[in-house]
Design a protein around this ligand. Structure first.
Ligand code: NAD
Length: 248
């Protein structure tokens, strides 16, 4: 299905890091943006940077809360007439060995990083089907493919996102909704700032490229998956802009 231009792009986790770079990239394409995040202040700061670039609406949102997600999708549909592209970038990460992990930390990570993706898709997909198609891009992680020390909760959530993406891609493709994932390697964002320097040093040494990525090096892969004809044949894939950390 060819996506209309300008497209309406709903991005969760848009206030920071990879999500913000994705918002800026779609803004440069002239698309309409619905930016959702729980960090309202940074969301407003991003909207100011985007002023004049495109029609932008802001949606304070906790992606783990079903009612809030359902309400947000309705708001976006009312404001923009529909959702053409959904990008799920909201996420959290903490570093803690399993033997010390509080079950609440596990639950919160799964709630935001996995349930949040399910909820956005759950409420946006019917609108995409109703309009004859769309694109969904879920931001997973290479840690969902290879695992990471101190990151069992995060790795499990991201592996879940990859499996979820494949299953949903099969359900949605007959309706012209293409669902894919991206599994970035380490990227310089506030999320990675929170990891220990030991973790970062060890990870950098593992990378064939020898360096972490930058958010603007991830966004073009999302644009590709949302594009016509470039993205037309990607269904249930996990693309890996990851500095060579995982090769599939
Ligand atoms: N930075 C990396 O190395 C890296 C690598 C692979 C995958 N990822 C994934 O990329 C995505 C973006 O990460 P980032 O590095 O840009 O991190 P970031 O911390 O810079 O941005 C994450 C954004 O998600 C928002 N968020 C967190 N919990 C939320 C919630 N419950 N509801 C709504 N918004 C919420 C935060 O407020 C923040 O704006 C995440 O899914 C992350 O897991 C990051």
């Amino acid at each position: 299905m060819s996506t209309p231009h300008p497209r309406t792009v709903l991005i969760t986790g848009a206030a920071s890091g990879i999500g913000a770079a994705i918002a800026e990239a779609f803004a440069r394409e002239g698309d309409r943006l619905a930016l959702a995040d729980r960090d309202t202040e940074r969301l407003r700061a991003l909207a100011e940077r985007l002023q004049g670039a495109a029609a932008v609406t802001l949606h304070p949102l906790d992606v783990a809360d079903a009612d809030q997600v359902e309400r947000t999708v309705e708001e976006v549909v009312r404001a923009h007439g529909g959702v053409d592209v959904l990008v799920n970038s909201a996420g959290i990460l903490t570093e803690v060995p399993l033997t010390e992990m509080d079950p609440g930390v596990w639950d919160e990570t799964i709630a935001v990083d996995l349930r949040g993706v399910f909820l956005s898709c759950r409420y946006a997909l019917p609108h995409m089907i109703g309009r004859g198609g769309g694109r969904i891009v879920n931001i997973a992680s290479q840690l969902g493919q290879k695992g990471g020390e101190g990151l069992t909760h995060y790795s499990a959530a991201k592996a879940g996102v990859i499996g979820f993406t494949k299953a949903l891609a099969r359900e949605a493709a007959p309706h012209n909704v293409l669902v894919n994932a991206i599994a970035p390697g380490p990227v310089e964002t506030p999320m990675v700032d929170g990891l220990s320097s030991d973790w970062k040093r060890a990870k950098r040494a593992e990378l064939p490229l020898g360096r972490f990525g930058r958010p603007e090096e991830i966004a073009p892969t999302v644009l590709l998956l949302a594009s016509d004809p470039g993205g037309n044949l990607y269904v249930g894939q996990t693309l890996g802009p990851n500095s060579g950390d995982v090769m599939v």
